[in-house]
Write a protein that binds this ligand. Structure first.
Ligand code: ATP
Ligand code: MG
Length: 340
């Protein structure tokens, strides 16, 4: 795929979901009319958390690439990395540039109960970040202590994020696989959850763990809803694998669990390139377009620069997924009677 075609696809995200109407119709939780213990703050109605109780299923790759593509299409996006591994910093490159604070700003903000300002502004045009990292390990210890003393922790993140979320068109939260308390904080501030899953039995266990957390989080945040499960790392033409995975997802997450139409294909080399160079997948794909002809290095007696040829196809998957996510939110909001 040429760069022009890729960008045309990106811009179709903007055209189809219409950024202007998106901005004009920011919903208020009052339109949902629910009687609840704690409705999420109006500013949090466009917070999307990417989660799964299993590791290595594509959460961080999905969170970063969806955030990056929405930003390219004009959305003002805040990405919050809630993971002690801080993998978003590798994918977006700020860790490699020595700009990550290892999650310290996020931890300090939550401990002080202050508004959650970004720790990094404009890591790409339209994209700000709250970095994660090892400081979040300390946060988990503090949260455990507070829970033991009978203190409520569920609204800590929601309160801090609500103070700034209204400045953004979209907030995306990346979560860790095995830190239930951190996941609980994230879900307390979440309107929509996106669940990447790889086909196979062990992934179903991760979905079960997540389903339990969603049920618990709904006690405090009844506005939390599953936007969709995402089939991740699949062969695009493996119909039987896809059908079985969809059956598994539906049986674990509930009768009518939505599964995104678009899937993310298996393509390891562009993901490795992305993590090593701090580039999003569409940025790796652009390198493919601008790569020198393979014979040139041979002609000059140099080692050819290897660029992953599967990057454009993977980038296209993420573009289509981003479009599907934004459209799904738009459709849900319209169904709930949010008017411009
Ligand atoms: N489309 C893909 N095709 C093949 N392999 C992939 C693909 N996307 C990611 N991977 C591999 O899976 C690994 C994990 O991806 P990612 O970090 O996005 O998952 P995660 O769910 O965030 O993991 P964790 O639970 O550790 O945070 C990557 O480092 C890469 O090796
Ligand atoms: Mg991750």
């Amino acid at each position: 795929m040429t760069r022009a075609l890729l960008l045309a696809l990106v811009y179709s995200v903007m055209r189809k979901t219409m950024l202007a109407s998106w901005r004009a119709s920011r919903p208020s939780v009052s339109v949902y009319g629910k009687m609840c213990v704690m409705a999420i703050n109006d500013a949090l109605t466009r917070v999307v958390t990417v989660g799964n109780g299993k590791g290595g299923v594509g959460k961080s790759t999905t969170a970063c690439n969806v955030a990056g593509l929405a930003a390219v299409a004009g959305w003002r996006v805040l990405l919050v990395d809630f993971d002690p591994q801080g993998n978003a910093g590798h994918i977006l490159g700020y860790t490699w540039k020595g700009q990550s604070d290892g999650g310290q700003h996020l931890v300090d903000t939550l401990m002080n109960g202050s508004p959650l300002t970004p720790s990094l502004l404009e890591v790409r045009p339209n994209l700000d970040v709250v970095a994660g990292g090892e400081a979040l390990d300390t946060l988990e210890d503090v949260l455990t202590g507070r829970l033991k003393r009978g203190q409520d922790i569920h609204e800590l993140f929601a309160d801090s994020l609500a103070a700034v979320a209204g400045d953004y068109d979209l907030v995306i939260v990346d979560t860790p696989p095995t830190r239930p308390l951190l996941l609980r904080l994230a879900l307390g501030a979440t309107r929509w959850i996106v669940v990447p899953t790889r086909p196979g039995r062990t992934s179903v266990e991760g979905l079960r763990a997540l389903a339990g957390e969603i049920t618990a989080a709904r006690q405090m945040n009844p506005d939390l809803e599953l936007l969709g499960a995402l089939l991740y790392d699949v062969e695009t033409n493996a119909t039987v694998i896809r059908r079985n995975a969809i059956e598994d997802i539906t049986s674990v997450l509930g009768g009518a669990a939505p599964v995104f139409t678009n899937v993310i294909r298996h393509a390891l080399s562009p993901v490795v390139e992305s993590e090593e160079k701090g580039l999003l997948i569409h940025e790796v794909a652009e390198q493919v377009d601008s790569a020198e002809p393979y014979w040139k290095a041979l002609q000059d007696g140099r080692k050819p620069v290897r660029v992953p040829g599967s990057a454009p196809a993977l980038a296209e998957d993420f573009v289509l997924l981003t479009q599907e996510i934004l459209t799904a939110i738009d459709v849900h909001e319209k169904e709930m009677g949010v008017s411009a």
